[in-house]
Design a protein around this ligand. Structure first.
Ligand SMILES: Nc1nc2c(ncn2[C@@H]2O[C@H](COP(=O)(O)OP(=O)(O)O)[C@@H](O)[C@H]2O)c(=O)[nH]1
Ligand SMILES: [Mg+2]
Ligand SMILES: [Zn+2]
Length: 298
């Protein structure tokens, strides 16, 4: 039997004008969606793992089934099965804004997406400065990568971490996301230098796409989580988004302790002992207040 005509597993990487583009074993198939799942009202999403029947003799290829349940799915950006959230910051120029990174981290924690922290432009800082950054995340267990697209430092290690993993990049503009994606997967995304030259506007409409590059690098081409608001959650839930609090909460006197002004708080004790960083604790309190205020204004 010709393997071209057999049922094949793949991933939806793009959808345009009623067609879905499915990457399967290094090829891209233009497919129509005709499976039973359509009758059930399930709409294919970018990032979906699917079963297709490649078309024979010029017939169209067909998506027969979608692998459900999805690991996760999102409306903004409209993608499914984010396997890893890669939160990118610059080590310097611009300096990391830890409170902003925490918003992205919380977004991933809330969505139960695995995350790694990547500090690009590490060519601009010393080993001592790296240690300062590592200390901010003490006790979190988060993997931290220092990389540079200028010297290439750390890029191979990061590449081996994300190879074969559907990854979403997020981070502020100018930190080097596009430069890094290009270096990791051999893509040709526009980088800061270029867009300044062409002066292209910010609102260019683009299709969301799962880019598949060399060494099986898979990156969602979206601006990341586009809403930088803290997700809709109760202020009391926020503490579960800080993994470094976990080992200390059993020392809090009150079981519902929010770790702010309560007496005998294990988390504040850990803060005083420098087992938890001030940056993270301060951003926790700030975000707690923000959520409290938002929820009381309804
Ligand atoms: N020093 C240094 N500059 C970098 C590095 N990576 C990117 N840049 C520069 O940072 C700027 C923003 O890069 P870009 O990839 O467009 O960032 P994006 O907005 O996050 O996609 C550009 O001027 C890049 O040349 C790096 O590792 N070290
Ligand atoms: Mg960019
Ligand atoms: Zn407490």
């Amino acid at each position: 039997m010709n393997p071209e005509h057999s049922i094949t597993k793949g991933t939806i990487i793009k959808g345009i004008g009623g067609f879905y583009y499915v990457e399967a074993s290094g090829r891209v198939y233009e497919c129509k969606a005709k499976g039973l799942f359509r009758k059930k009202g399930i709409t294919p999403m970018i990032g979906d793992n699917v079963i297709i029947r490649p078309g024979e003799n010029g017939n169209e290829s067909i998506i027969k089934a979608i692998v459900l349940p999805r690991i996760n799915s999102f409306i903004r950006p409209p993608v499914a099965n984010i396997e890893l959230s890669m939160i990118v910051s610059a080590s310097a120029e611009p300096d990391p804004v830890f409170s902003f990174l925490d918003r992205l981290i919380i977004m991933s924690e809330k969505n139960e997406t695995e995350l790694i922290l990547v500090f690009n432009k590490c060519d601009l800082i010393t080993e001592e400065q790296r240690e300062v950054i590592r200390n901010v995340y003490k006790g979190t267990g988060y993997e931290i990568y220092f990389v540079s697209t200028v010297t290439g430092e750390g890029v191979e290690l990061l590449k081996s971490r994300i190879s074969g993993v559907k990854t979403m990049l997020s981070g502020a503009s100018g930190v080097g996301k596009s430069s890094l994606a290009n270096m990791l997967g051999g893509f040709e995304m526009e980088t800061g230098d270029v867009s300044r030259k062409t002066g292209r506007g910010k609102h260019t409409t683009r299709h969301v796409e799962l880019l598949v590059g060399k060494d099986d690098i898979r990156i969602f081409d979206t601006p990341g989580f586009t809403s930088f608001e803290v997700p809709d959650m109760k202020a009391e839930e926020l503490r579960y988004c800080y993994p470094e609090f976990e080992g200390h909460e059993d020392r809090c006197r009150f079981s519902g302790c929010t770790h702010r002004s309560e007496p005998d708080c294990g988390v504040k004790e850990a803060l005083n002992n420098k087992e938890i960083s001030e940056e993270r604790y301060d951003s926790y309190v700030r975000l707690y207040n923000e959520l409290k205020e938002r929820n009381s204004s309804y």
